[in-house]
Ligand binder design. Structure first.
Ligand code: IDP
Ligand code: MG
Length: 138
């Protein structure tokens, strides 16, 4: 099934010079980039994006981290793009992530885990719409 998903290179990834590394992996895995920009979110913009996590103990730390510097936000498209991008990212906790995944190779912390990916079609639709309007997509 042809799908779109939403991806982020988080502030730790951008600060550490990992934008190119992530983009190379995306292109090598035949996911098409349909939208892309560099943004620096405010805390309240992050709160809106991560609203599903607002009751979690790590929420305020996560919002501070995600607004600490610029991120690259993207829409990716391909067959089963949601699952394929999550597989490329690896588990949330890099210690549990499979060999060869982005988080296993580069994450330093359960929070500072380099990349984000939507977890379902409904969240992908919400997240792509949160960051991109029609003119920003090809
Ligand atoms: P995901 O990014 O793999 O989908 P989620 O459970 O949706 O993981 O959590 C969103 C983000 O919140 C994670 O990517 C990570 O940055 C952060 N996070 C998740 N669990 C923890 C935790 O236990 N401590 C600190 N940060 C966490
Ligand atoms: Mg998630």
């Amino acid at each position: 099934m042809l799908q779109q998903t939403f991806a982020i290179v988080k502030p730790d990834g951008v600060a550490r010079g990992l934008i190119g590394e992530v983009l190379i992996r995306i292109e090598r895995n035949q996911l098409k980039i349909k939208a892309l920009k560099l943004i620096h979110m405010t805390q309240s913009q992050v709160q809106g994006f991560y609203a599903v996590h607002k009751e979690r103990p790590f929420f305020s730390s996560l919002c501070a981290f995600m607004s600490s510097g610029p991120c690259v936000v993207m829409i990716l498209e391909g067959e089963n793009a949601i699952a394929r991008w999550r597989e490329m990212m690896g588990a949330t906790n890099y210690k549990d992530a499979a060999a060869g995944t982005i988080r296993r190779d580069f994450a330093t912390d359960i929070e500072k885990n380099v990349v984000h990916g939507s977890d379902a079609p409904e969240t992908a639709a919400f997240e792509t719409g949160y960051f991109f309007n029609a003119l920003e997509r090809v």
